[in-house]
Unconditional design. Structure first.
Length: 183
């Protein structure tokens, strides 16, 4: 987001977003932000990042939006207002919905949910960022995208659209190849 100039601030916001309202202990934030080698004043830095995130939320979403970031019990939690849309969270939900729908034979629902997940997960997670946590999340999202595309191929095949099923299967195989080679 605009206003979060420092890498660790952006990462902290992303971590809290991905936790979906669960408390993230300061120790965990430190381990993720500094890859298990936090500086001596890491806790102070986390408090500073929280302040900057609150200010950024206030500017982006209006006064008092920063109250969504809660400090409690030795950690932080981000309580997003109802109706807040976050692309990777929507993609994750859609991929899981696609897998449930294909398991119950709901082909149109599978296609809609899997298409949404595959499209949203096609974008890179935290582009330009490098680090163990970011790479781990990229692998998780790539795996989720592959599962959504597999469900999409299967739903097309079951509904009799063999040509589209082949296209999705080929894209899934190509994605899997890129994941194996790290490209």
């Amino acid at each position: 987001p605009v206003g979060l100039a420092r890498r660790h601030e952006r990462w902290m916001l992303a971590i809290l977003l991905l936790e979906r309202g669960r408390l993230v202990p300061v120790e965990r934030l430190c381990a993720l932000l500094w890859e298990d080698d936090p500086p001596p004043k890491a806790r102070e830095a986390i408090r500073t990042y929280a302040t900057r995130i609150r200010r950024t939320l206030d500017r982006a979403d209006g006064p008092d939006a920063g109250r969504a970031l809660v400090a409690a019990s030795g950690g932080y939690r981000l309580d997003l207002p109802e109706g807040t849309w976050v692309d990777v969270l929507a993609a994750t939900d859609a991929a899981h919905e696609a897998e449930q729908a294909i398991a119950s034979g709901e082909l149109e629902r599978t296609k809609a949910a899997a298409s949404l997940a595959a499209t949203l997960l096609d974008r890179p997670f935290l582009p330009g960022e490098e680090g163990a946590w970011v790479e781990e999340k990229r692998r998780e999202f790539a795996d989720l995208r592959e599962r959504a595309m597999t469900a999409l191929a299967e739903s097309c095949l079951r509904s009799g659209d063999a040509a589209e099923a082949v296209q999705w299967a080929e894209q899934t195989v190509a994605l899997g190849s890129r994941l194996v080679t790290g490209q």
